[in-house]
Write a protein that binds this ligand. Structure first.
Ligand SMILES: [Zn+2]
Length: 204
């Protein structure tokens, strides 16, 4: 007989129900700044951070989830150890090669974000479909790709160790008529079609 295992989706800190959508694997409690990854009935928790809206905009703000990974990179033939911050989209991305990748753009521009102290009432973060291990795998690919653009990495042995993972709510300005989302730090715009669960994320 198969045992049905039900995980109670409650914040381990305050006990309130955790926030998430149907397909999510990571659930959040915005007031506690906590993200809980549930895998095989095991819960692991991560810090949840919210980046501020850096420029004045009249457009509606949509917060999308991205992992922020502190990584340590060592490559043969390089004396200097690199310790970049790597951003990996945590939402379900559609056709990255076509629509672009906000995580890659933030990482390439070496952008680090500040945490906001006071969140607007009702701020939530949902649509987190990739967990920290998927993000770490993707970070390894991304770092290799970025190094490859700067120098030929053929034959180089590159190791990427993830030191810490945090989940961030990164604000994008949503222009409804143009169906675009603009990340205000890089200034890059993306089609809303990039975000698979966009309507669910916006409407909650
Ligand atoms: Zn809580």
């Amino acid at each position: 007989m198969t045992e049905l295992r039900i995980t109670s989706l409650r914040c381990p800190s305050c006990g309130a129900p955790l926030d998430g959508l149907r397909r999510d694997t990571v659930f959040t409690c915005a007031p506690c700044r906590l993200a809980a990854h549930i895998s095989n009935g095991e819960v692991s928790t991560f810090a949840l951070r919210f980046a501020p809206v850096v420029t004045g905009t009249d457009l509606a703000i949509v917060r999308l989830p991205l992992w922020r990974l502190d990584v340590e990179v060592s490559a043969t033939g390089r004396e200097d150890g690199l310790t970049p911050v790597v951003w990996v989209s945590a939402f379900h991305q559609s056709r990255v090669l076509f629509f672009g990748d906000p995580g890659m753009d933030l990482t390439e521009q070496a952008i680090d974000l500040l945490d906001v102290e006071d969140l607007p009432e009702g701020t939530r973060l949902v649509g987190v479909t990739s967990g920290p291990s998927e993000a770490s795998e993707y970070a390894r690919l991304m770092v290799t790709h970025i190094l490859d653009r700067r120098a030929d990495v053929t034959g180089m042995e590159i190791s990427v160790a993830v030191r810490e993972a945090q989940l961030w709510g990164v604000p994008f300005a949503h222009e409804e008529s143009a169906r675009t989302l603009t990340e205000l730090n890089t200034g890059r715009s993306y089609s809303t079609l990039l975000v698979e669960d966009f309507l669910e994320i916006v409407s909650g």
